[in-house]
Design a protein around this ligand. Structure first.
Ligand SMILES: [Zn+2]
Ligand SMILES: [Zn+2]
Ligand SMILES: [Zn+2]
Ligand SMILES: [Zn+2]
Length: 282
């Protein structure tokens, strides 16, 4: 039979998948690849979730001239060292000052974002790639460490969506209080690991397209938020929203209202989805 490939999962199977997905979001690699027992999982949650909700580090790659987070860092965002944010230290029982997020997989001593050109790493002005440079600040080049063209610091001139070159950006790592003080969105407290700067619907959009105070700011257009792409973090995917029929009263209810901030809109959609049973009950 040449029917289209399809399969169905019964309710119990779906609940199992959801539970595993939630487990992965909470535990990450902290189980070192061996599933926790129920008791271990409960103990893990009891210890780490309150710490995580209280001591979350908000991480962004920031253009100070425009006061804009050009890139908000999430669990999958690659570091200068080539490893993902979730591979770095993100849970702190006590937040250190300065905040240092070492990599579990290499000698990188602090998570540090640099943009990529599509899927390709960008080059330093010395022509060498990030992985040819030192893993520690200021990331001097191993290939031209001495001589007339000595490179003592990785310096990317790749142009960001904001129009400024890479080297005009800085990493911002801050607490919830610090972020609120600066008037930037903090989203809701979530139990998941390595959420970094992701706080909602449009967090994955470049700052130059993000219409909230972390990006270029709101305008008067009615916006539904940035589209969610395949490969995006499940936390954001679960907020993904397509309006199948714009003409029913219900979907009209779900359009962004005039004067409603993006975060209020996001919040309203979240509550709606919650009511409709889109999420696991905690
Ligand atoms: Zn790193
Ligand atoms: Zn690393
Ligand atoms: Zn260099
Ligand atoms: Zn930028």
């Amino acid at each position: 039979m040449a029917a289209a490939a399809s399969f169905t999962i019964d309710k119990e199977g779906q609940a199992g998948i959801d539970a595993y997905w939630e487990y992965k979001k909470i535990v990450g690699d902290d189980d070192k690849g061996k599933l926790f027992t129920d008791a271990e999982y409960e103990a893990y949650k009891k210890k780490w979730i309150p710490i995580r909700m209280k001591n979350r580090i908000y991480v962004g790659w920031h253009n100070p001239e425009k006061d804009m987070d050009c890139k908000l860092i999430g669990p999958e965002t690659l570091c200068y060292c080539g490893h993902r944010y979730i591979n770095h230290k993100t849970d702190f029982e006590k937040i250190p000052n300065p905040i240092k997020q070492t990599c579990r997989n290499c000698a990188c001593d602090n998570y540090h974002y640099i943009p990529r050109n599509g899927s390709q790493p960008i080059r330093c002005t010395c022509k060498h790639f990030p992985d040819e440079h030192n893993l520690k600040h200021p990331y001097g080049c191993n290939r031209c460490a001495s001589g007339p063209k000595k490179c003592g610091e990785f310096k990317g001139s790749f142009t960001c969506d904001c129009g400024a070159p890479t080297y005009k950006h800085i990493m911002v790592k801050e607490t919830k209080e610090q972020r609120i003080k600066r008037g930037k969105p903090v989203g809701r407290d979530v139990p998941y690991q390595a959420m970094g700067g992701l706080t909602g619907f449009s967090s994955l959009a470049p700052g130059a397209e993000r219409r909230d105070p972390s990006g270029i700011g709101p305008n008067n257009e009615v916006m539904g938020g940035a589209p969610i792409q395949p490969g995006d973090h499940p936390f954001l995917k679960m907020h993904a929203f397509s309006l199948p029929d714009r003409d029913t009263p219900e979907t009209q209810q779900l359009q962004r209202r005039e004067g409603e901030s993006e975060l209020d809109y996001f919040d309203r959609l979240y509550k709606w989805k919650q009511k409709k049973g889109y999420f696991l009950k905690h």
